[in-house]
Ligand binder design. Sequence first.
Ligand SMILES: Nc1ncnc2c1ncn2[C@@H]1O[C@H](COP(=O)(O)OP(=O)(O)OP(=O)(O)O)[C@@H](O)[C@H]1O
Ligand SMILES: CC(C)(CO)[C@@H](O)C(=O)[O-]
Ligand code: BAL
Length: 278
Amino acid sequence: MQILRTVGELRTRVRGWKADGRQVGVVPTMGALHEGHMSLVRAAKRGCDRVIVTIFVNPMQFNNPDDLAKYPRTEDHDAAMLAAEGVDLLFAPLPDEVYPKGFASKVSVSGITAPMEGAMRPGHFDGVATVVAKLFGMTQADRAYFGQKDWQQLQVVKRMVADLNLPVEVVGCETIREHDGLAMSSRNVRLDPLSRAQAPALYKVMTRAATALRDGGAPAAVLGQAREDLRLAGFTEVEYIDLRTAAMLDPMEVLDAPARLLAAAWIGGVRLIDNIPV
Ligand SMILES: Nc1ncnc2c1ncn2[C@@H]1O[C@H](COP(=O)(O)OP(=O)(O)OP(=O)(O)O)[C@@H](O)[C@H]1O
Ligand SMILES: CC(C)(CO)[C@@H](O)C(=O)[O-]
Ligand code: BAL
């Protein structure tokens, strides 16, 4: 597996593949890789002739400097995992390569970015959309693989690709979970043992709420109960637990269309997110 740090080298490599008629897949990540990322890599391997994984902790999408400073970085280990999986190229640029002096552009998706992660993390989705658009331009990928764990992000990327006619197919992959149901996430390493033991309650409470909604429970009452259950399970703050239409992320008063239950909550000083279909 080749490791490249400059856009110039990346473009040269991809040009060669394209000249040979190869289909290129990209898996954008921020590193600290786990089995959730590996499932995206395997999907890309199945669907494409050549696979690029990008690792870039994108400063533009962090609204909280402390979160950025504490973001786990394990590049040597990540590179070994990717090489073992048969990835062709790891692109791991430095911030100056992505945002050189004079950089002045921004991609901003409106509407679906307003609630939930967008409301709690101001500027976050501008940072995500901008860097993802740049990564698509840099890699010239035919397909790009994203996790459903970041459901709102997946919808934002799909919206951007449709709106800007970007020549890339966006593939959403299922959330990979630990045995106890906790959605895998790079930030899980920050959980202390007690919080790690309590954290699976997020998925359990959400699953119970989804069943209650499918059984005809009123959304306001079911979501209120779920908030209370999360507090009892040790979550210190529930930022949101929302029932939304699956693609447009509109709020739902009654369950009358394909829906998604999405939540963000704090435990032991760590912010967890999760979502499931209803
Ligand atoms: N458990 C998972 N299952 C499937 N895909 C995942 C999972 N966790 C992350 N991904 C996907 O991997 C890609 C890169 O995500 P990222 O590097 O931010 O990892 P992360 O584990 O989500 O980290 P974070 O702690 O920032 O949430 C995204 O498309 C994300 O949705
Ligand atoms: C898509 C992404 C790599 C953009 O920085 C990031 O938001 C992530 O890891 O989900
Ligand atoms: N996993 C989405 C990227 C972020 O939390 O910043």
